[in-house]
Structure formats: structure tokens, C-alpha cells
Design a protein around this ligand. Sequence first.
Ligand code: DQA
Length: 147
Amino acid sequence: MRILVLNGPNLNLLGLREPHIYGELTLQDIERALRVEASRLGVDLDFRQSNHEGELVGWIQEARGVFDRIVINAAAYTHTSIALRDAITASGIPTVEVHLSNVHSRESFRHQSMIAAVCIGQIAGFGSLSYTLALEAACNVKLKPKP
Ligand code: DQA
């Protein structure tokens, strides 16, 4: 199974950025831990980050026929991006939404996710463990047949 893990804007600053909210690990630390988990699960991982909405949309479009699952932390685009939502829908790839912080316990603008309804599910609030849980969920979820 091939898994594409996408990270949105400002996640390249993890470790420096509001560590009381996002923790002290860098994105590279998270990738390293996820690769250990991926090899335990026996899956291939591609791990990317972009600060640009269009680049994320392009990667989702190109994922069709290449990846079996997407795990995405769309960061701030979670709350604004209909383009990402449409790209996920168009790809037809089962996708898991992930967040380090518990977005529902924060500012009200973070309570809304534009992508949640087109994802299999959302994992939020467990820090870097959210990624591990999301990878496990993406690999093990029993998909319902499409109507
Ligand atoms: C985030 C939560 C978002 O609201 C925020 O804009 C981020 C990170 C998280 O992982 O907790 O950049 O996606």
C-alpha cells in the first residue's frame, strides 16, 4: 500500500512555531517517526510539505492511480480551501484529515473544516501521535462500498 502524507502551510516551522500548541518536534522528526511506523505496517510512504495551496492541489491530482491513501494536515487551508476539498473528492482516494492540536478547543474559526466531509475521518489533538494514529487508520480502515 502506498500512502501520501501531505502537510500544509507553516508546518515547516514545527519545533519553532508555538511549541506550547504544536510541540517541540520538527516536521523532520515527525517524518522519521512516521517512517518507523510505516515500515512496521509494511507500507510505502511519501511525505511532503508545501506553503502553497496550488502545489497541494497538484499533488492530490497527481496522486490518482499512484497512491492508495492520503493523510493530510492541511493546516490553515483546512479552514478555507474549497480547492483542496474538491481535489480530494476528484482524486477518489480515501483520505484521513490530521491535526496536531485539538482544533475544536481553539478559536472558533478553527472549528470548521472544509475538507472533513470528504475525508474518511479526522484525528486531532494528539500532537505528533496524531500522525501515527492517522497512518494506522488510513491503512486499516474498512472502506464502505461506494453507492
Ligand atoms: C493545525 C491546526 C490549524 O488550525 C493550523 O492553522 C495549523 C496546524 C494542526 O495541526 O493543529 O497550521 O492543522
